[in-house]
Structures are given as structure tokens and as C-alpha cells.
Design a protein around this ligand. Structure first.
Ligand code: ADP
Ligand code: MG
Length: 248
């Protein structure tokens, strides 16, 4: 039997003792180590200010890593430029280009990657269908509801087929009903396409319903990383028990 350490798919994304300070005094990420398997849906769950977005920004390459290492597929990306990481991203306020139609917004990530016109046309059609918005290609973002815009933002993050997708509180601006609909949508696309997800939220219910594993994060430290059932049944400490048990 192959050990976990030797299986590249089990060690797809590895954070090794990652630390981050913005001001050279306070560590906002203290010692972040996490191993993510290919295709896994991992959620970073923690209160506001605990360092979740900072971890995503370091992974995306928009913030430097103060010390430690991040690798994808066995290759360190700690010093790789953001563009070359080929990571898809969805944020709460990830704005679509307002002057471009929905189809043009979806085509954009493919155009900058120099895909052929024929491929772009096919891919845009396919992804409009995936989010069940076949008839909206010619509309502008201003003509859509918040939920529809978020579905387009999701499709735009996935359309160039990144193997790693980061989502930072992507549903935070939506009302409860839309949020539940989008949770289902994201889960469905994850199951259909099979990319690896690092999802950030402070919402326990959302984390519990969507994730393969949840890393409970507080004050820059992973408190426990486990499946939703394990976290619920065997919280590692009082913080995890309180945070998972909270209902909000
Ligand atoms: P979360 O996403 O969990 O709410 P963040 O990663 O945004 O947490 O923030 C963690 C800590 O780092 C907070 O104390 C925040 O004020 C600080 N911080 C975040 N971004 C910056 C920045 N660009 N410069 C200085 N401090 C920052
Ligand atoms: Mg944040």
C-alpha cells in the first residue's frame, strides 16, 4: 500500500508552516500547515479577523509569504507570479465588467489565455448552460439580479478550467434563499467538474453543509482540521466546540 506521503494526489496543495506579518510585528497567520488532496472541498472557517483572507491572498499570490512554503503538485509556488498560478477566484465583491455583456465577461479569461475564437464560443455556451443562464449571454451585469451575477462570477472563475479555485465568502452579500441555492450550485459544479476548492466563510452552517473537510481557524492558527461529522462529534478544544455549536 502506498503511504499518504508518497501519493501526489493526496498532497496536491501543501501549506508548510506558513507565516504572515503585515507590519513586521504581529503575526496574523502564525503557523499555517495544511495538506489538501486533489479534488477536495476544504473550508477555512473562523471568525472575522482570524486571517482567512490573508491565507487565500498568499495562495493567490497577491500577498507575499513572510516565511514557510506553499506548493501545488509538488512544486513550490511561494515565489510564482499570480498570473502563472492559474488559480480561479470568486469573492463576495468580485465585480463583473459592467460595460461587457455576460458572454464577453465569460470570454475574457479565455481571451487573455489566447484561446481560439471557436473554442471561446463553445466554452462560453457550455458554461452559460452549466449555470442555467443560456439566454443571458447578451445582457449586461446591470440587468441581472445579485444571484445571477454571482453565478456568472462563479462561471467566470471556472471557465479557464483552473485546477484550484479559491472562494472568499462568495455568498456573503446574498439573502438566505439565494445563498442556499448558490451553495447547491457550487457543490454541483464541484462534483461535475472536479476542481479543488479552498472556500472561506465565517458561517458554520455553510461550512458544515458544503465541505469535505473544515479547517477551523482562530487568531492565525488552525485549531482543528477534520470532516464536518468529526468536528461536530469530537471537537479538539473548547474554541472549536463553541464555534461549531454556534447558530447564526
Ligand atoms: P479574515 O479574512 O479572517 O477576516 P484577514 O486575513 O482579512 O482575516 O485579516 C487578518 C488580520 O490581518 C486582521 O487583523 C486584519 O486587520 C489584518 N490585515 C488584513 N489585511 C491587511 C493589510 N493589507 N495590511 C495590514 N493588516 C492587514
Ligand atoms: Mg476575510
Amino acid at each position: 500500500m502506498q503511504s499518504v506521503e508518497q501519493d501526489p494526489a493526496a498532497n496536491y496543495l501543501v501549506f508548510n508552516q506558513v507565516k504572515k506579518t503585515y507590519d513586521q510585528k504581529t503575526l496574523v497567520v502564525k503557523d499555517f500547515s495544511l495538506t489538501v488532496a486533489k479534488g477536495e472541498f476544504i473550508t477555512l472557517l473562523g471568525p472575522s479577523g482570524s486571517g482567512k483572507s490573508t491565507v487565500l491572498m498568499m495562495l493567490a499570490g497577491f500577498e507575499s509569504v513572510t516565511s514557510g512554503d506553499i506548493s501545488v503538485d509538488g512544486v513550490s509556488i511561494t515565489r510564482t507570479a499570480p498570473y502563472h498560478r492559474n488559480i480561479g477566484m470568486v469573492f463576495q465583491s468580485y465585480a463583473l465588467f459592467p460595460h461587457m455583456t455576460i458572454a464577453e465577461n465569460l470570454a475574457y479569461p479565455l481571451q487573455i489565455r489566447k484561446k481560439s475564437k471557436a473554442e471561446i464560443k463553445d466554452r462560453v455556451k457550455e458554461y452559460l448552460a452549466l449555470i442555467e443562464m443560456q439566454d443571458f449571454g447578451g445582457r449586461y451585469p446591470g440587468q441581472l439580479s445579485g444571484g445571477q451575477r454571482q453565478r456568472v462570477a462563479l462561471a467566470r472563475a471556472l471557465i479557464f478550467e483552473p485546477s484550484l479555485v479559491l472562494m472568499d465568502e462568495p455568498l456573503g452579500a446574498l439573502d438566505k434563499k439565494l445563498r442556499e441555492q448558490m451553495q447547491y450550485e457550487i457543490t454541483r459544479l464541484h462534483e461535475t467538474i472536479g476542481f479543488t476548492v479552498i472556500y472561506v466563510t465565517h458561517d458554520q452552517t455553510e461550512a458544515l453543509s458544503m465541505s469535505d473537510r473544515i479547517a477551523v481557524f482562530n487568531a492565525g492558527v488552525v485549531q482543528q482540521c477534520a470532516t464536518p461529522a468529526e468536528l461536530y462529534e469530537r471537537p479538539a478544544n473548547a474554541f472549536v466546540a463553541d464555534f461549531i455549536g454556534e447558530n447564526n
